[in-house]
Write a protein that binds this ligand. Structure first.
Ligand code: SAM
Length: 478
């Protein structure tokens, strides 16, 4: 404001609101001041190893089998370019026949100055704080006290200014469409939940079916991810666009128009012999690399059931495994319980009891990301499942989200009017919120239900307290 010789914040607001180049320029300047461009090569090595060892090889193999050597990667919020260049180096090393590929790597950012620096490809020593010396030696040339990235790598990345919030994508007339992998890390931290939801919908539309989305750890907590499948690896979660759902626009359009705008129709036909099944087999994390508990996630349509009878017996096997897993968990053998529940999911991928059990175990182990991924997966199967709603409520309580927990416990009472747990929890939440009339109503409701049970009975769902203890607590709380 000082530079512009403005005296009141309202004047500055007016300047930003005006149409025209003065406002555009000021927005540019403001975003440069407000955004944090911190980045470095091979940031979060674990995530990049997941791309290098699992995701890229799988994509490459799939494309070769399809006879379509097109690969589109997008680093969204790429800042000064270290992220897309790291991806370019990895792909150059993986694709020995690089010249045969139609490879596009996009780097987009709102900040023009950052993009200009990215295009120049000149970096200080600080950008290499987590880079193998070999990579620096092989792909960078010293330039005074700095280093410039080799021209062949620079040429692999196309930089473009793009505001994730305001600009449209997919873009029909550029290559910013039908993307195989979007990497958007350390960007969502700038946005509120509703804004992240809107950007996610656009990412979804920009991805190919089965395309991947990699974000920073925990950056999508609380988002509705039902149109993505979470793939859980020891290194990181990665989301995969479900193959069978419509784009956001298609959801809103009549079918005929959807078909007309479908990107798929414009793609080169794939030779019949090279065609993969419609849903390529999703990646199964490598068992031998496992340190954390692992969950292979086959997709529903890929369950290999030769007949209905086989399916029934698979279901029974899965149920037995879940029972065993529950028992092991009660015996405090969490790791074994996780393994059994994973086996159940491998047999029956939409086994909601297995998802919920894993969610509860992960929550107990303080692995909130994994607990949320399990609950997301269960929501996609049946959002009205009671056990799932208990899990969602526990997650909300764990995040100190009293409002969220209140909504879910109300839903539980609606689904099961005899839920003592929901009535007790609602009584506690209302009391904390200072809403005495509602707290008292809930206490009465819970007491009425408890009085139908033997007073010595212990209720595991209510912290293993007996009926008598719970009635006493409810009385003294009021
Ligand atoms: C901390 S950097 C992350 C860089 C890189 N992804 C990484 O993880 O190293 C965040 C970047 O997000 C960009 N950004 C913030 N808001 C944006 C928006 N609305 N549209 C596009 N980029 C945005 C900033 O300009 C900044 O360069």
């Amino acid at each position: 404001m000082k530079t512009l010789q403005l005296t009141a914040p309202e004047q500055y607001y007016q300047l930003l609101s005006l149409p025209g180049s003065a406002s555009e320029q000021e927005w540019q300047h403001l975003s440069e001041l407000l955004t944090n461009n911190e980045s470095y090569f091979f940031r979060d090595r674990q995530q990049l190893n997941l791309l290098k060892n699992q995701i890229f090889p799988q994509l490459i193999q799939q494309k070769r089998q399809q006879g379509d050597l097109t690969l589109r990667i997008w680093s969204a919020g790429c800042s000064t370019g270290q992220e897309p260049y790291s991806l370019a180096i990895m792909l150059k090393e993986l694709l020995l026949d690089l010249d045969a590929w139609n490879l596009t790597i996009f780097g987009t950012d709102i900040d023009l100055a950052a993009l200009n620096q990215a295009r120049a490809g000149i970096y200080s020593q600080w950008s290499f704080r987590d880079t193998e010396p070999r990579i620096k030696q092989q792909y960078f040339e010293p330039l005074g006290r700095n280093y410039q990235i080799e021209r062949s790598i620079r040429q692999m990345v196309t930089f473009q200014k793009l505001n994730l919030l305001r600009d449209q994508f997919p873009q029909l007339f550029s290559n910013l469409r039908e993307i195989d992998l979007i990497v958007c890390r350390n960007v969502f931290i700038y946005f509120g939940s509703a804004t992240i939801g809107k950007i996610l919908a656009k990412f979804y539309d920009t991805l190919l079916p089965n395309g991947y989305l990699l974000v920073g750890h925990s950056e999508l907590t609380g988002q509705n991810l039902s149109r993505f499948q979470a793939q859980i690896f020891p290194q990181s979660l990665i989301y995969q666009r479900r193959a069978d759902s419509l784009t956001s626009q298609q959801n809103a359009l009549p079918l005929k128009i959807c078909e007309a705008v479908s990107f798929r129709t414009k793609r080169q036909p794939v030779p019949e012999a090279n065609k993969l099944p419609v849903n390529p087999q999703p990646l199964v994390p490598l068992q031998q690399q496992v340190k954390l508990p692992l969950i292979p996630i086959p997709q529903l349509s890929k369950i290999d059931v030769a007949s209905a009878a086989q399916a029934m017996s698979a279901q029974e096997d899965a149920q037995k495994l879940v029972q065993q897993a529950k028992h092991l968990w009660q015996q405090k053998q969490s790791n074994l319980a996780i393994k059994k529940a994973e086996q159940a999911l491998a047999i029956e991928p939409d086994n909601i009891a297995a998802c919920c059990l894993l969610g509860k175990i992960y929550l107990e182990l303080n692995q909130l990301d994994l607990a949320i991924a399990m609950s997301d997966r269960a929501v996609a199967v049946d959002s009205l499942n009671l056990e799932l709603n208990y899990l969602l409520a526990e997650i909300a309580l764990n995040q100190k989200d009293n409002d969220g927990a209140k909504t879910i416990f109300k839903k539980i009472l609606y689904l099961d009017p005899e839920s003592i747990k929901a009535a007790i929890e609602l009584q506690r939440i209302y009391q904390q919120l200072g809403d005495r009339p509602r707290a008292s109503k809930m206490a009465q409701q819970a007491t009425r239900m408890l009085q139908k049970l033997p007073h010595s009975q212990v209720l595991p769902i209510c912290n293993n307290l007996s009926v008598a203890e719970l009635i006493f607590q409810l009385k003294t709380n009021l």
